[in-house]
Ligand binder design. Sequence first.
Ligand code: 4AD
Ligand code: MG
Length: 427
Amino acid sequence: MTIGNINLNLGNAIKIFGWVANRRSSGKIRFIQLRDGTGVIQCVVMADRVTPEVFELADHIPYESSVFVTGQVQKDPRSSLGFEIAVDNIEVISEALPYPISNKDHGVAFLMDHRHLWLRSSRQTALMKIRSVLTRSARAFFDELGFVSIEAPILTPTACEGTTSLFEVAYFDRSAYLTQSGQLYGEAAAMALGKIYVYGPTFRAEKSKTRRHLTEFWMIEPEMAFWELPEAIDLAEGLICRIVWDVLNECSAQLKTLERDITKLELIKAPFPRVTYTEAIDILKQKGVDIEWGADLGADEESALSEAFDRPVFVTHYPSDIKAFYMKRDSSDSRLALAVDLLAPEGYGEIIGGGQREESLEALEQRIEKHGLPKEPLEWYLDLRRYGSVPHAGFGMGIERALAWITGIHHVRETIAFPRLLDRLSP
Ligand code: 4AD
Ligand code: MG
């Protein structure tokens, strides 16, 4: 029996395990808000229905004590759930010490230090439930299109997204690096299986203290043999529409808890606008932003650009100098890479990055050298171009950034149960 399916038990005698989220007393009646992870229900403790000990207990039991409640389910039109429990008995499983988190305004540092307890709050559980729906939805999107799910290694011999953000770890008598992206392995798997996706944790030793940067985050990365940039863009558009749709349909209660303006999400329908990097620079200049062609788009530029649209916007054809070594050059303008970023609305910035991959062995060797990457650990990757190279494309969506945007949460630190940030490694 859980609070989540209490509606099936109107009038029934029930037994529920849970924690005391809140309580109050008024005369001959006491109320306990009981939570069990699936919901919160009001338990009504009346002096004429329980023993004097239980009546007394309901007045002083510490918050977050774990209890076993028996009672009867009744209608309660005033509660958001529509039901309450008329209590027959309360058994204490474990009495809690004075709980450190209360209704008063705790600072972020305090809450982050108590993340293991903060997770129990209604906003945080709402976020975790939406995250769970979002990741299931994203995986289902690819599964239903016939993509094969592949796990890429976490311990890797080389960089994927540039050498400046590598976490180095001792690997016996050598060094290894925590993966920045499953992409290179995804490409190998696409040559074996056609359409694949990698879903897993990725790591960046980025010294960025912003609301968008974690040092450990999760990415879902599809990779498709014989696909080119426009097809990958269509796929990314389909993915975003699917996850927004599923979250809207399955998480209305949680979005309400978070006070998300869902009219903004209801606008998220294909087609999304597509602009080239060069057009994006023009739009920014018209808005008075101080930026020159060739510069990367930072958080401020991305926000300014996305404000021009009410849906996510694809930015394509970036200067190849500001993109990763594996990006294919545009055959009609060799300064450009066949890259794509998807910028979320409402100032959330980039949530997807990807593009078409360089399939020529010679071109890729040149780029590895130009980027100053060691060639030997990438020989296996070059083999993909030696043995039946084909055009291929893919992208990666950061789960935390996508979730921050969809839920309207300011900072990515609340979008993962135990965030890893520049200045935070615990709990
Ligand atoms: O744009 P990025 O660096 O692209 C790649 O890693 C490609 N190899 C993906 C691919 O083509 N298979 O990262 C992709 C996404 C970003 O758009 C962002 O959503 C997320 O990963 N991301 C981060 N999320 C949180 N914290 C960080 N430090 C992030 N860095 C990237
Ligand atoms: Mg990127």
